[in-house]
Design a protein around this ligand. Structure first.
Ligand SMILES: *Cc1c(COP(=O)(O)O)cnc(C)c1O
Length: 389
């Protein structure tokens, strides 16, 4: 049997062919009218994709660069901030805010869980300059309640900074209505292109806070980027090919809804949510336990393997037998869970393929009692119910 490589990891995600062609053809210099036209088009599309009237900036770095920028640009040494964490990416906020000298209060929940609005309310103090959180904690495949936290902060001086790197394109945000001051996305997630770009929306409040911030910044000086980006320029050499790929990907997403990018974004979110739900149903039908049953992310599903088994064996077997690439758990979750992605360029038939492979792995590698078709049948039902509306 031949094998076809299929990427099911929550970043990098599968590449959109149209974006790959656009990247290969992007031999343009960045200080030209051609690039300025492309960059301005992509920035305008990103505003629609994020769903905001705020400025949206595009940075040439991985997602963590934009996370760092939203700490270094907004805070001063000694500032009190609150970090909400229940996984590896939440821990990154803790490390970053500490690295820039903040006094960090941490609301921490065990891996696989999320915090309630009441818990956040209890942890929040008026002197908190900012709250840092994830929308989707990719390491545990859990969604956090951004809207609930935003409501708590309404009318206060505290800024809300959200890592939406796997939240964008998998869940709905009302950035302006809720009052999200910074929302961050990354290129290797729902927008179907390789790693190397991060984008972020920045509110007027956040711009004001930047003037008072005393932390050092140079490459990631957002005020300098803003001055350049309104003119279709970047402060330094941008990842030109990735910008071209991003434009093609956003065109594709718009094309899924007759050219309307806002509707295309909704279709992309629905797609991730249906595929996530179908995947959960299929895996539960096979006898697996979901690692995050209460607030599951649509970006990825985290699956616990039965006691005494190693999730690494599932990851290895999927790769060896089907060339299907999933992600093991990170840190202390390694060996206990594996993660399968739904964000970006996945359709329902990809989900069927994954579950078909899992039926063989569950039977042959884990020795579970499997009737062929049982995971696929559960997923088919989810799909049928979803398209019925
Ligand atoms: C992928 C990801 C990041 C960014 O990581 P980079 O490796 O810097 O791109 C940050 N937060 C979340 C939730 C992610 O999924």
């Amino acid at each position: 049997m031949i094998r076809k490589t299929r990427l099911f990891t929550p970043g990098s995600t599968p590449l959109l062919p149209a974006a790959q062609f656009a990247m290969a053809a992007a031999d343009i210099h960045h200080r030209t009218p051609e690039f300025r036209a492309l960059f301005q088009k992509v920035l305008a599309q990103l505003k629609v994709f994020v769903g905001t009237q705020n400025d949206v900036l595009l940075l040439s770095c991985s997602g963590t660069g934009a996370m760092e920028a939203s700490v270094s640009n907004l805070t001063s040494p000694g500032d009190k901030v609150l970090v909400l964490t229940a996984g590896k990416f939440g821990e990154r906020w803790v490390d970053l805010t500490k690295a820039f000298g903040c006094q960090v209060d941490v609301l921490e929940k065990p891996y696989g869980q999320t915090f309630t609005v009441d818990e956040v309310k209890a942890a929040l103090k008026p002197e908190h300059k900012a709250v840092y959180m994830q929308a989707s904690e990719t390491s545990t495949a859990v969604n956090h309640d951004v809207e609930g936290v935003a409501k708590l902060l309404k009318g206060t001086e505290t800024l809300l900074i959200v890592d939406g790197i796997t939240g964008l394109g998998t869940q709905t945000f009302d950035v302006d209505g809720w009052g999200v001051d910074i929302l961050i996305g990354g290129s290797q997630k729902a927008v179907m292109i390789p790693p190397g770009l991060a984008y972020l929306s920045v509110s007027e409040r956040a711009w004001k806070a930047m003037d008072a911030s005393k932390n050092p910044r140079y490459y990631f000086d957002l005020r300098k980027e803003r001055k350049n980006q309104v003119k279709g320029e970047t402060a330094y050499t941008p990842a030109v090919a990735l910008v071209a790929g991003l434009g093609a990907a956003l065109d594709y997403i718009a094309g899924q809804a007759g050219g309307d990018l806002e509707k295309g974004r909704i279709a992309l979110i629905d797609n991730a949510q249906v595929n996530a739900k179908a995947t959960r149903a299929g895996l539960v039908a096979l006898g697996f336990t979901l690692f995050a049953p209460t607030s599951p992310s649509a970006a990825a599903t985290a699956v616990a393997v039965p006691e005494g088994m190693n999730s690494g064996d599932v990851v290895k077997a999927l790769k060896a037998k089907f060339s299907l690439v999933t992600a093991n758990g990170q840190g202390s979750m390694q060996g206990k869970i594996f993660r399968v992605a739904h964000l970006g360029f996945f359709d329902f038939l990809d989900t069927v393929a994954f579950l078909g492979a899992m039926e063989h792995i569950a039977k042959d590698v884990l020795g579970l009692p499997v009737v062929y078709g049982q995971a696929v049948a559960a997923a088919q039902q989810v799909y049928a119910d979803a398209v019925k509306g």
